[in-house]
Structures are given as structure tokens and as C-alpha cells.
Ligand binder design. Sequence first.
Ligand code: NDP
Length: 290
Amino acid sequence: VIVIARRRRQAQLRMALDSKDPVESYQMSAAAGSSNGIGRGTAALFAKEGAKITITGRNSASLEETKQQCLKAGAKSENLLEIIGDITDESFNAKLISSTVEKFGKLDVLVNNAGGANFANWGKQIEDTPIAHFERMMDLNVKPALRLSQLAVPHLEKTKGAIVNVSSIGAYHMINPEPFYAASKSALDQITVQMAGSLIKKGIRVNSVNPGPVLTNFAINAGAPEEVSKAMFESIAANPAIPIGRVAYPEDIGKVILFLADRSKSEIIIGNIVTADGGCVLKSAMFPDN
Ligand code: NDP
């Protein structure tokens, strides 16, 4: 009897879910930091799925390249909105959300991907790294994600949408060559968890993807010379510490973002920090050969 009752209850629940308005969960999305790297790869994947997308960044030439890749992936030009600006500027955050809703009428997904580091502080000891750099990292890697999310809440509540933050395995409790970058990504993970807890009450899901090494211009954009970035990736790629045996490509991370953004696939995942690193963090410094 209990089993039947449970089954009935499950059937009722299933009906309740099915009777919800069908949500095309990534029909409209704003991807912060989509003029390059992971954001560009993600925008192209969303485009392939038929999404309407706002793409953004500071560099107009890079943003144009993202637009071209989205068009190539099947986007219609009327389904793309490009907005150039600096994500650390609060008024720009407001413009990003309001222009998106104005153009497309709603917001389903916010991807907080924009971020960066500063090569000048790479390898510096924490006691020798200026506090101004800590502030810069928080201003770039944490505050915009928080502000954009706050601005997006009223719209995402209407669509029962999702926020996906792009953090890093640098957020975890490991020694990092850029401690304040690591600290900012740890703070972002806390923002993810805390927002997830409160926003699920409004039906909004918040999750994070935390990549390991991804082949992008991240180091170059952080100020590293091109040959240094190339050598860095070559040495990481040759490093037996990556169990999967390769670095990630932007699309690898984009697929995880797409999954977390799609309620039909990941509805039950709330406040998760999804490690996407080919197994890097599984390796123990004590047993490097295992
Ligand atoms: P890229 O440097 O290739 O891309 C960064 C994106 O963020 C660009 O579109 C850039 O646009 C945008 N951006 C940076 N600063 C600003 C700003 N002030 N205002 C507006 N847009 C800005 O790096 P990735 O694609 O590699 O990095 C994307 C995210 O992934 C970051 O949050 C990074 O921390 C994270 N990550 C990356 C890893 C990697 O190995 N590549 C590993 C782990 C995490 P523009 O320059 O046009 O302003």
C-alpha cells in the first residue's frame, strides 16, 4: 500500500511538474565576459541551442569575433545583443540587465563568467603583494557577479531561471601562485552557496562551475607575454598531474554551464560547486605517482 501511495504521490508530483509552463530554460541568457575564452565558447554553445544571448566585454573586436562564432553556430543576428563595457562599473551592470530584458522581454539565465588575474603578482609571496591587488581581485571576480545577480533576481524569479558562476579550482584550499586571485574565487564560491540558499525560495537555481586549466588567453589578458602563456600551457599539458591527460577547452566548460543552466537537465542541483578540471584536484602532493 505504501508503495502504491508513494507511486501515486510521485505521479501527482510528476503531473505538477509537467503542468508548469514549459520553460525553455536558456531561451534568453546574459553571459558576462563573453568576448573571449570560456565565455565565447559558452555563448556559441547557447547559440547552437537556439538561445537569445547578450554578449559582453570591453574589447569590441573580440566581442565581434564572439558574435561571428555565435552566428556560425546558428544564431540569428536579431537574437544577439552585444554590449561593450566594464563589468566593474556598477552603472554598466545595471545597463547589462536592463538592456537585455528590454530587448528580449525576459531573462532565463545569467552566466557570471567575467574575471581575471594580474600576471605582475604571479608567484609573489602574499606578504609582498599589495593590498590594492586584493581589492582589484574582489572588484573584478566577486562584486560584479554579486551585483549582476542581485539585479537579475526580479527577472529570474519570473522565469524560474538560473545563475551560473564561473569560479576556479584556485578557490579550493591549496597553495596558489596568485593568492588574492585564489581568495577572490573562494569568496565567489561562498556567494554561490549563500545565494543558492536564499534564491531557491524564489525558484532561482544558483550553481558554480570551477574549471582547472583551460586553453584561453587568460594569462595573456592578465598581462603575461604570449610566449610565457604558451610555455605555461605546454608545461601544464605535459604534466602527469592531470589525470585526463589534457587541459580543457572553452567548450568543455561551456557544456557544464549549459547543463547547469538547463532546468530540464539539472533542476535538482542547487548551490553546487562543480569541479571541471579533468581530475586535477584528485591528485595528492603526497602521492604524485598514483
Ligand atoms: P579570458 O581572459 O579569455 O576571458 C575573460 C573574459 O572576461 C573576457 O571576455 C573579458 O572581456 C572579460 N572581462 C575581464 N575583465 C572584464 C571587465 N573588467 N569588464 C568586462 N569584461 C571583462 O579568460 P577565461 O575565458 O579563461 O576566463 C573566464 C573565467 O574563467 C574567469 O572568471 C576565470 O577566472 C575563470 N577560469 C579560467 C581558467 C583558465 O585556465 N583559463 C581556470 C579557472 C577559472 P574583455 O577583455 O573584452 O573585457
